[in-house]
Each structure stands twice: as structure tokens, then as C-alpha cells.
Design a protein around this ligand. Structure first.
Ligand SMILES: [Zn+2]
Length: 282
């Protein structure tokens, strides 16, 4: 109760002075470039900096290079706004590792990422169902999102609670990201997809996303949304190519989602910056 009252005072003071919260500044401007030196983590910071663009690893089963694409999600996880190459970032990562009985070296390793990934995936109720061998039936009720709603690229179908959460999220995101009318940022470009449609598309395009889409896609639940985050030149909004995902995760809109979407019940499939699933609060 005391903490809540204190936080309310902080928010009120920020509103009075017109200053942005550290989180809002991070969303708008990205990582802080001046953070306190932590010489004990100088080597870890150097290793992290080199790995940002050079680490060769397979965090989702296929080989990737660099971890810069995941830096915003990692920073939100360990709770820092200092740049991923900084000593302060390494020191914060070490504290996060220590709390989980991992080697507290401050290095962004595949093992540390795997631990984060476990937590991120656990927030997706669809993943939990799939782990039990369950493929959920399509929902009994779906609602159309109006084509005239702001930020909506086209008519889509979602479950009623997903629509309620989406509207609340988009209202605040539009205000804080200062999106102009007609700006496609965070428009939903795909939501409910029937199992039949996915199977047909899989066969037609010979692109089954490792047959996941054909067998049991999260989009059959009506609670999975693909949100527009733009695209790197030459790529589609849902291209999982490295340069495209990197482009998307460096945007203020993605940082906003990472910072706020969980409050509205949305969890990210971190491999796909655009894919967010609504579920009961975790
Ligand atoms: Zn999706």
C-alpha cells in the first residue's frame, strides 16, 4: 500500500514537471548511453559487445548470428535501460543470474538466454497446452474488429477478451507513441486463422513454418495477434529473416510492447517480434 502511494506520487510529480519516466525515455530514445562504470564487469561487457553482432548460436533451433535482436527483451527481463554493451548491463545481468543460481558472470550466454526463454514461453498459455499434447479447439465466439477502428489495417477476428485487451493496449500505445491517424504501427495484420485455412496455405505456399502452422497454430485460438512493426527494406512485415527481425526490435513500438504489453495480458513469442498472444494474467 505504501509502495503504491509512493509510485502514485512519483507519477504525479512527473506529470507536474512534464518530465518523462525513465521507461518512457527508453521507449522513445532507446538504451541509455551513459551508465555508471562497473570495472569488475569490463571483460563481460566487452564479450557482450562483441557477441551483439558476432555470436553464432541457435536459440530457437536454427542458426543465427548476434544477439542484438533480443537486447530489448533481455533488458526488460533483467530490468535495465543501460546499453547491452555497457558494464552496467553486465552487472545487472550478473545479479539476475545469481538470483537464479546461474554462473553470475554477466555474460550474455546461450545458457542465460535459455533461462529467459523458458520464462517468456511460460507466459504463453498456448505453449503450455502444446507441452501437454493439447491442440485447443477454435473458440466458440469470435468478434470482428471494426475496420474503422484507429490503427486497424483490416478487419480481423479475435475472441471477446482479446479484443477488449487489444483496444486498451492500442489506446495507450497510440497516445504514448504519439501515433498520427492512419499510422499503421501496431495495426493487426493477422489474428484468428482457421485450421483449414492454415493447412491450405501451408500446402499452397510450401511454407509450413516447420509444419507448426499446419499442425496447430496459435492463431487458431483467436487470442494470437500479429502487430505491424514495420519491415526492413525488401522484407515483409512477417519475415523471420534476421535483418527484418532486427529492424523491428529496434523500434520504439517494439520497446513499448516489451515494456507494457504484459500488463494487458499479452505475451510475445520472442522469435517473432510481431506475434503476441493474449492470455489470462500470469
Ligand atoms: Zn502470429
Amino acid at each position: 500500500m505504501m509502495l503504491r502511494a509512493f509510485l502514485s506520487l512519483v507519477v504525479a510529480a512527473q506529470a507536474l514537471c512534464g518530465c518523462a519516466s525513465p521507461r518512457a525515455t527508453w521507449v522513445r530514445e532507446g538504451f541509455k548511453t551513459s551508465c555508471p562504470a562497473r570495472p569488475a564487469f569490463a571483460e563481460a561487457a566487452s564479450a557482450n559487445a562483441a557477441g551483439l553482432d558476432d555470436l553464432v548460436w541457435s536459440p530457437w533451433g536454427t542458426e543465427e548470428t548476434g544477439w542484438r535482436v533480443y537486447a530489448p527483451a533481455v533488458a526488460a527481463e533483467i530490468r535495465t535501460r543501460c546499453g547491452p554493451e555497457s558494464q552496467a548491463f553486465a552487472a545487472t545481468l550478473a545479479r539476475w543470474q545469481a538470483r537464479r543460481a546461474l554462473a553470475a558472470d554477466g555474460r550474455m550466454s546461450a545458457a542465460a538466454f535459455e533461462r529467459m526463454k523458458t520464462g517468456w514461453q511460460a507466459r504463453r498459455s498456448f505453449v503450455a497446452l502444446r507441452a501437454q499434447g493439447v491442440c485447443p479447439d477454435p473458440p466458440a465466439e469470435l468478434m470482428h474488429v471494426g475496420e474503422d477502428e484507429p490503427l486497424m489495417a483490416k478487419d480481423v477476428l479475435v475472441t471477446p477478451p482479446t479484443l477488449k485487451a487489444l483496444r486498451a493496449l492500442r489506446t495507450r500505445a497510440a497516445r504514448e507513441l504519439k501515433l498520427k491517424p492512419g499510422d499503421p504501427t501496431l495495426a493487426v495484420f493477422s489474428a484468428f486463422r482457421s485450421p483449414d485455412y492454415d493447412a491450405e496455405r501451408c500446402a499452397r505456399e510450401q511454407n509450413c513454418n516447420g509444419v507448426v502452422r499446419a499442425l496447430c497454430s496459435a492463431h487458431r485460438t483467436g487470442a494470437a495477434l500479429d502487430l505491424t512493426l514495420g519491415a526492413a527494406p525488401g522484407y515483409e512485415v512477417d519475415s523471420s529473416a534476421g535483418p527484418n527481425r532486427l529492424h523491428q526490435t529496434q523500434t520504439p513500438a517494439y520497446r513499448w510492447l516489451v515494456a507494457h504489453a504484459r500488463r494487458y495480458g499479452f505475451a510475445n513469442y520472442v522469435f517473432e517480434p510481431w506475434h503476441w498472444e493474449w492470455g489470462p494474467a500470469s
